[in-house]
Ligand binder design. Structure first.
Ligand SMILES: [Zn+2]
Length: 634
């Protein structure tokens, strides 16, 4: 764990122009820096880096984010890895505890050993006619052998002694790396006479091996490195390092079942292919993939094992995917794998499979129905109930609300229920269902707690609904693009939103807390509170994508600062006015029922309402008036 204060310091000293400039040739143009986009192919620059917001955006493909997200997407790094890289560039040393240092030093020798072994296996392959014939027989070219550094482990018990001389073969670290097995006082190579597939991490270091036998009938067919301090199979994807550039360029990632699929697909032109390593797809895998691309295709063989693997991939995807991302599922025809399909019918055949792949929502419904009814379709009420029971935990783990809504709708049609019924049975809320949070206490600049106490009754939140959603969405956008206003309009936020009534207010309050925390720090300068700085602290948060999208949209809108600030002032006035209207309506109806109402208090509310009314002169405020007036009279 990197201490939060260190992250803060790194981010406040980071300049996005310098960070991106290391990888992309930037040219100064107006207040921005421009370049040809590294995330899509183009001839004229549409990739803009905005130093004052510390935010980048491509006007061609829409890619956008902070210095951190740039490193994560461009280099496939995790958040801590990206922070480490920024710190390295600033000449700062990440303060890690002693244990982490030891772990790192040890990992360094482990990856050194593994890299040496990979080289050795690779060389060995070229001296073995049998292995070369074997690979040729499977249609693998020399170019591919070199690209993936394929190798051969010698047919010997201590083959690695050839490179680990002078007692290095006895080094316990060699055992720790998974290359050597120690048993009953003997040491011997784990991998013998197998085709070796080095597994690399996103930084390109060899961290383990997959190994396939060449002898027909020998078990196990595949042998993998064990879990080691540097290799965790639930997190690593085979081919990710090699596929990274292609994933950026093509804007999609393809996940296949095994090493051979990745290699054959790469040869067939699908360079954007990766595979899990002898395990099913985990949420960590999916997270890594979505860091690199918003569109992921999972390809599985169309047999029972393939369906099972696809279900696991779907489960892992549901908990990670956001509303702006897509996942597709390909189930190949019976008895075909990507290799056989491409060999017999060409790459077009696989491209056609991708085009007709099931989107997540369709696959979700199909797979559950298939499980319950064994392909017969849901026939009885019991089967439909069983389907709902399977769907429930899956829907509950989702954080992408719009996508979940879509899934519920598709699923409801399949089980012949209303979406609202499915939602309530599964314990999830649909987006348009009115929320039943308690209303705010009577407020307003003429706040009167005594009267407030007396008129305490459940009032529906008055600042929800489409008009207010637009207002608050815009507020959030203005705050994301001008984070220093979170401090300037602190009173209004505290007053209007602390008792949040919807997701928009929640988002604004989250940002407000974040800005508050940072502005209290010693030596805080308001100029440091940029869009990129603030967003960097939201990395990995479900809210991140929404905020980054709003910031990206604003890069197109380019609202002048004065106009944006005017919008903020108006928005708060409109929100306050809506509260006042509700209070006034409430008091008037109390009066009608003959309940005691303090007339002075009511007058103050009217007066304040009138003041606000005068201040709101633009068209949009009249539109709000119209809606509210019709609501009050109706
Ligand atoms: Zn682009």
């Amino acid at each position: 764990m990197i201490p939060e204060s260190f992250i803060e310091e790194v981010l406040s000293r980071t300049d996005i122009v310098q960070v991106i400039g290391r990888y992309v040739k930037l040219q100064h143009k107006g207040s921005n820096w421009m370049a040809c986009c590294p995330f899509h192919k183009e001839k004229t620059p549409s990739f803009a880096v905005n130093p004052s917001k510390q935010f980048f955006k491509c006007f061609g493909c829409g890619e956008h984010g902070t210095a951190i997200t740039f490193l994560m997407k461009f280099k496939g790094l995790s958040f801590p890895e990206a922070i480490k890289e920024l710190a390295d560039d600033l000449g700062m040393e990440v303060p890690e505890d002693r244990q982490a240092k030891i772990r790192q030093a040890r990992a360094k020798t482990l990856t050194d050993y593994l890299a040496q072994a990979a080289d050795f296996y690779h060389q060995t392959l070229f001296h073995d006619r049998h292995a070369i014939e074997y690979l040729k027989g499977r249609g693998i070219t020399e170019e591919t052998v070199n690209k993936f550094q394929l190798g051969l482990s010698p047919d010997a018990w201590q083959g690695l002694e050839a490179i680990f001389k002078d007692k290095a073969y006895d080094d316990p670290k060699l055992e720790e790396s998974g290359l050597v097995i120690a048993k009953d006082g003997h040491r011997y190579d784990r991998f013998r006479s197998r085709v070796m597939y080095p597994i690399r991490n996103p930084r390109g270091q060899v961290i383990g091996f997959g190994a396939r036998t060449m002898a027909p009938g020998e078990e196990p067919k595949y042998l993998n490195s064990p879990e080691t301090p540097v290799y965790h199979k639930s997190q690593e994807l085979y081919g990710l390092y090699e596929a990274r550039d292609a994933i950026h360029k093509k804007g999609r990632a393809i996940v296949c079942e095994g090493y051979m699929d990745v290699i054959q697909m790469s040869q067939g032109g699908f360079l954007e292919t990766v595979a899990a390593l002898g395990t099913s797809i985990t949420p960590e895998h999916v997270k890594k993939l979505f860091q690199l691309s918003d569109h992921v295709y999972f390809s599985f063989d169309g047999d029972a094992a393939g369906f099972k693997a696809a279900r696991r991939a779907m489960e892992s995807t549901l908990s990670i995917i956001t509303d702006t991302q897509t996942a597709h599922f390909v189930l190949l025809p019976q008895d075909e794998d990507p290799d056989s399909l491409i060999k017999s019918q060409g790459p077009e055949a696989f491209e056609a499979q991708l085009r007709s792949a099931f989107p997540l929502s369709k696959f979700f419904v199909m797979d559950i129905v298939r499980e319950v009814s064994q392909g017969q379709g849901l026939r009885t009420a019991e089967e439909r109930a069983q389907a709902v029971a399977i769907a429930k935990p899956l829907l509950q783990r989702m954080t992408a609300h719009a996508l979940r809504q879509l899934l519920v709708q598709e699923f409801a049609a399949a089980v012949r229920m209303e979406p609202a019924e499915v939602a309530s049975l599964c314990g999830v809320t649909l987006l348009d269902v009115p929320q039943t949070k308690p209303a705010k206490a009577l407020s307003g600049y003429g706040r009167d707690t005594k009267q407030g106490e007396r008129s305490k009754r459940p009032v529906r939140p008055v600042t929800t609904g489409p008009v207010f959603t637009n207002i608050k969405r815009r507020l959030l956008q203005c705050f994301v693009t001008h984070p220093s206003w979170l401090i300037k309009y602190s009173d209004q936020i505290e007053y209007e939103m602390l008792d949040t009534v919807d997701e928009w207010e929640e988002a604004i309050v989250r940002l407000w807390h974040l800005a508050q925390d940072h502005s209290k720090g010693e030596g805080f300068e308001e100029s440091k509170l940029t869009t990129g700085y603030l967003l960097s602290f939201m990395q990995g948060d479900p809210l991140y994508n929404r905020l980054a999208d709003l910031a990206s949209e604003e890069e197109v809108l380019q609202t002048p600062e004065a106009v944006a600030e005017f919008e903020i002032k108006c928005a708060f006035l409109k929100l306050e006015k809506a509260q006042l209207d509700a209070q006034i309506a409430e008091l008037l109806s109390m009066e009608e029922r003959g309940e005691p109402v303090e007339s002075q208090y009511l007058e103050r509310l009217f007066k304040r309402r009138q003041d606000i009314h005068r201040s709101l002169i633009d068209e949009s405020s009249q539109a709000v008036d119209f809606v509210l007036d019709s609501r009050l009279s109706g």
